[in-house]
Design a protein around this ligand. Structure first.
Ligand code: ADP
Length: 336
C-alpha cells in the first residue's frame, strides 16, 4: 500500500533493511511482547524443538516483519518469507511447506489475504505437520498424505479480526502490537541516526518522534528526509536542528502532529462533508478515493488512538479534538 508512503523504492527498502534490529535486546519498546517471546523462544531452545506458532497483529510499520526475523535469528534457524497474496492456491502453499527444512521459521505476511483453500491446508500443517495432497479429479480423486518437517509459523496481519477462528486458534501465541510512545520512537531514531551517520540532537529527535504517528517505519522515513534536508540546506557538522526538522517535514506534508495528506483528507471529509458523521467507512473511503481496507487498517486506527475519530454503531464520528486540529467550529455550537 502506498498510503503514508509506507511503500518505498528499492533503495529505501535496502536502507530499511539496514535499520532493522536483529536481536530482541535491540528491539525498542513492546516490552510485554518482547518478554513473552523471550520465554517462548527460551523454552523451545532448552527442549530443542521449534517454537510454537506465533501470530503478530497490528498496523503496518510497527515491527512485525522485524520480529519474525528476530525469532529466526535468536533461535538460530533459517527463515523463509512469503505473504498471503502470494499464496493464491493450495498448491502454492503445498510447494512452500514441503520444501521447508526441519525447524525452519516460515513468515507469512498479510496472512489474512491467503486463499481459502490454502487456509484449510494450513490448519492441518500447523497442527500435525502434515498435509493432504489431492491427486486427480472427480470420482477418481484421492488424497495423499505428506509428512512435513516441523516448523514455526510466524503470521502477520493488520487485521486479526479477518482471520477465521480455526486459524487463529492454531497459533500458540498471539501478540497485538501497539503504537509506540514518543520516547520509544526517540530511541528508534537515535539508533537509526547512528546507523545512517547523521547527527540528530535530542530536541530534533523529539520533533521527529512527535510527527511519526507512533510508527517506527515512519520515524525512520522521516529521519531520512531530515537527513536529506540537512545535507542540502543545513550544516552536517551541526546536525539536524529543530527548524530543519520542521522545514523538511512540512515539505512532505507531514503536519505538526504527524498526520499526512490522507489522514487529513479523511478528517476533512468527515468533518466538513458529513457534518462530523456518523458515516460509514466505505462512504468515507470512496470520498477520499482510497481502498476501504487502507482506511480501516492504516488510517483509522491511529485517528481513533489519538481520540480524533470515534466508532459508533451507525458509523465513524469526528471527536472534538479533530475539530480543534482542523480549526473548524462545531456546527451545534458546542463549546469546547
Ligand atoms: P511491519 O512488518 O509491522 O510492517 P517492519 O518490521 O517492517 O514492520 O518495521 C518497519 C521498520 O521499522 C523497519 O526498518 C524496522 O527496523 C523498524 N522498526 C520496527 N519496529 C522497531 C523496533 N521496535 N525497534 C527498532 N526498529 C523498529
Amino acid at each position: 500500500s502506498d498510503a503514508h508512503g509506507l511503500a518505498a523504492d528499492e533503495t529505501e527498502l535496502a536502507v530499511e533493511g539496514a535499520l532493522r534490529p536483529t536481536s530482541l535486546a535491540e528491539f525498542v519498546g513492546q516490552q510485554k511482547v518482547r518478554g513473552q517471546l523471550e520465554l517462548l523462544l527460551q523454552a523451545a531452545s532448552m527442549q530443542d524443538r521449534p517454537a510454537d506458532h506465533i501470530l503478530l497483529s497490528g498496523p503496518p510499520g510497527l515491527g512485525k516483519t522485524t520480529l519474525a526475523m528476530i525469532v529466526a535469528h535468536e533461535s538460530g534457524r533459517p527463515l523463509r518469507m512469503s505473504s498471503g497474496p502470494a499464496i493464491q492456491h493450495a498448491g502454492d502453499l503445498a510447494a512452500l511447506l514441503s520444501s521447508l527444512v526441519p525447524g525452519e521459521v516460515l513468515f507469512i505476511d498479510e496472512i489474512h489475504r491467503m486463499a481459502r483453500s490454502a487456509e484449510e491446508m494450513l490448519y492441518l500443517a500447523m497442527e500435525d505437520f502434515r498435509i493432504d495432497i489431492m491427486v486427480g479429479k472427480g470420482a477418481g480423486a484421492t488424497s495423499i498424505p505428506l509428512e512435513l518437517a516441523p516448523f514455526t509459523l510466524v503470521g502477520a496481519t493488520t487485521r486479526s479480526g479477518l482471520l477465521p477462528n480455526p486459524l487463529r486458534d492454531r497459533f500458540g501465541f498471539t501478540a497485538h502490537m501497539e503504537y509506540y510512545e514518543p520516547d520509544e520512537l526517540e530511541r528508534v531514531i537515535a539508533r537509526s541516526a547512528s546507523v545512517l551517520a547523521v547527527d540528530v540532537p535530542p530536541i530534533a529527535r523529539a520533533e521527529i518522534a512527535r510527527r511519526s504517528r507512533g510508527t517506527p517505519r515512519i520515524a525512520n522515513r522521516l529521519l531520512r528526509r531530515v537527513r536529506d534536508f540537512v545535507v542540502v540546506h543545513g550544516d552536517t557538522a551541526v546536525g539536524a536542528t529543530e527548524a530543519d526538522v520542521a522545514a523538511a517535514l512540512d515539505l512532505y506534508d507531514v503536519d505538526a502532529i504527524g498526520l499526512d495528506r490522507l489522514d487529513r483528507a479523511v478528517l476533512e471529509a468527515l468533518v466538513r462533508r458529513f457534518g462530523g458523521g456518523p458515516v460509514g467507512l466505505n462512504t468515507l473511503a470512496v470520498t477520499v478515493g482510497e481502498e476501504g481496507e487502507t482506511i480501516e487498517s492504516v488510517v483509522e486506527p491511529y485517528l481513533v488512538r489519538i481520540g480524533f475519530v470515534g466508532r459508533s454503531p451507525r458509523g465513524r464520528v469526528a471527536m472534538p479534538a479533530a475539530y480543534r486540529h482542523l480549526g473548524v467550529p462545531r456546527a451545534d455550537g458546542a463549546l469546547e
